[in-house]
Write a protein that binds this ligand. Sequence first.
Ligand code: SAM
Length: 248
Amino acid sequence: PGTLYVVATPIGNLGDITQRALDVLAGVDRVCAEDTRTSKRLLTHFGLQKRLVALHDHNERDKLDQLTEWLQSGESLALISDAGTPLISDPGYHLVQHLRELSIPVVPIPGACAIIAALSVAGLPTDRFVFEGFLPAKSAARKQAFQKATQQTCTQVYYESSHRIVASLRDLSEVIEADRRVVLSRELTKMFEQSFSGTASEVLKWLESEPNHQKGEFVVMVQGAFPTEASQGMALEPLLKLLMAELS
Ligand code: SAM
């Protein structure tokens, strides 16, 4: 069979496309794209004219048979999304899972991803982090999601849209400790790229201070929970026993 290449595209700055992505896109028989108009513009920019197949959340399952047939007949395909790495809060999961079951080769062509770009400049620990995806749209559900996620001791990462960024930060500031560090990255790799770091209420104030700060695409990162008394206690107990034994 042919191969499905899962190709990362830029998250803003077109200079972030990789040479390998261009070579693979030039070589495949068809390109599966989330939004064919957006992808056509991207491909045209790089002088590529390809057969495009729409593959989005609403038709992904219906397209499986057709895509599998093409691959089994020896065609090679590329999967791209509107921006960044496919499958990361973007379509493609059902296709990749299906092809893996059939042992059809699936090969990554890595590149830009907003989570990784944001973490690399946040100044928060990155040895362990959890990606929580998009936050719920309604405030009550969002607060609940924050309450649960922010208990984790590793750095937490969320995607958020401009419509809800202020409301989300307000909810976050009500849920976490006042001294937890929050970093907001907006418009990464684009003209008005900014990353702002502070407490949740400082970040909220920064957003509210200037309407332009609320525009664009956002990654929200939250410092991991401080170790709780319970977990400290667990570590301290054996130590205390040792000390007591020394003293007696
Ligand atoms: N697959 C993409 C990736 O690899 O990052 C993510 C796609 S998801 C549908 C879109 C969300 O990613 C946006 O709402 C925003 O939270 C985040 N995002 C994408 N591009 C971004 C950028 N240039 N700056 C900040 N966040 C971005």
